[in-house]
Design a protein around this ligand. Structure first.
Ligand code: NDP
Length: 312
């Protein structure tokens, strides 16, 4: 009998995912039993997981070989001590491309001053500002993982100068890379537009605090599709109010949905987007899930295993 797979995600996802998962498992040559019914006996081999589904405790699933997250960010599950098997996070070509496109769109919006022409049209013909070209603009990216690297590559392909920061040293073609506290200062100091693509971990909380914000060039723009806790919100609001930060586009927040009374909503220098920077796409992500199950069944190492000690 082939592997038994439990899909644990909010109910509305099941009809969307089921056909793509079944097709991907068939393409991978796997004869699986796939269900979204978590009731016992718990003889599942894998749990495909997204927060909000029925599974809250993995202890009863004594036979599972891996937990396969549908999300790239695993902060809500990484500390779950009932998971004693590899926890794999989502790396999906669709998710990656979607993020690179979303960030590139917002970088171009800032770079070209597009808001100045599409907001508040008032009958005045202002044509005196010539924006710099991409090679004259530096974009900083904090986090050079799957999403940060793809975003950096898309931005450099357009011509932007990209500087990036990661935990360990990374060598990437066409990108200046830094790590460590000194590296963070270098990247912040150069970033006219700063993109946050770090995971939420104890070590990354408040990476962008008052001190870090002060290192940015005056008028810098911030784009955060990473996670809400990366930013000290009070410090950012202050920096926006005093003009040190020129504008922020925020897709993720400490509390989601962002409460209606949160000052970000009404702030003239903030664009709020509702955690839509990039989605896990069933068409492509199902293939990533099937590949990991195939590997597990073939006795190979799983891909994209979370480093539980580092929380990402
Ligand atoms: P990865 O795990 O591939 O990359 C994480 C990057 O952050 C790595 O470069 C890593 O460094 C770096 N990093 C981690 N901790 C630190 C630290 N303490 N100091 C400096 N650098 C650090 O993740 P992804 O690129 O796949 O995803 C990044 C995040 O994007 C996710 O965790 C999630 O929060 C968010 N996301 C948001 C979405 C949205 O729609 N808004 C959609 C999908 C993801 P190193 O290279 O040395 O390991």
């Amino acid at each position: 009998m082939g592997p038994r797979i439990l899909f644990s995600a909010p109910d509305e996802h099941w009809p969307l995912w089921r056909p793509h998962l079944l097709a991907a498992f068939a393409d991978a040559g796997l004869d699986v039993t796939l269900t979204n019914d978590p009731s016992g006996p718990w003889t599942f081999d894998y749990v495909v997981y997204q927060p909000g589904g029925p599974v809250r405790d993995f202890a009863p699933f004594e036979r599972i070989k891996a937990v396969l997250s549908l999300w790239a960010g695993v902060e809500s599950i990484v500390g779950d001590t009932s998971i004693v098997v590899p926890l794999c996070r989502m790396v999906d070509v669709g998710l990656t491309r979607g993020m690179a496109e979303w960030v590139t769109a917002h970088v171009l919006r800032y770079h070209m001053g597009i808001d100045g022409h599409i907001l508040g049209q008032d009958g005045v013909w202002r044509n005196s500002v010539v924006p710099p070209l991409a090679p004259e603009r530096t974009v900083g990216i904090l986090g050079l993982g799957e999403l940060g690297r793809a975003t950096a590559a898309m931005l450099t392909s357009i011509g932007f100068r990209v500087v990036g920061w990661s935990r360990g040293p990374r060598e990437l073609p066409g990108i200046e890379t830094w790590s460590g506290a000194e590296g963070l200062s270098e990247v912040l100091g150069a970033s006219e537009i700063l993109v946050l693509l770090l995971p939420a971990t104890p070590a990354t909380e408040n990476t962008l605090d008052a001190r870090a914000l002060a290192m940015l060039p005056r008028g810098a723009r911030i784009i955060n599709p990473g996670r809400g806790p990366l930013i000290d919100d009070e410090a950012l609001l202050k920096a926006l109010d005093n003009g040190h930060v020129g504008h922020a586009t925020l897709d993720v927040f400490r509390q989601e949905p962002l409460p209606a009374e949160h000052p970000y909503w009404a702030h003239p220098m903030v664009t709020v987007t509702p955690h839509i920077a990039s989605a896990t796409r069933p068409e492509t992500a199902s293939m990533a899930i099937a590949e990991n199950v195939r590997r597990g069944e073939a006795g190979l190492d799983f891909l994209n295993v979370v480093n539980r000690a580092e929380s990402y």
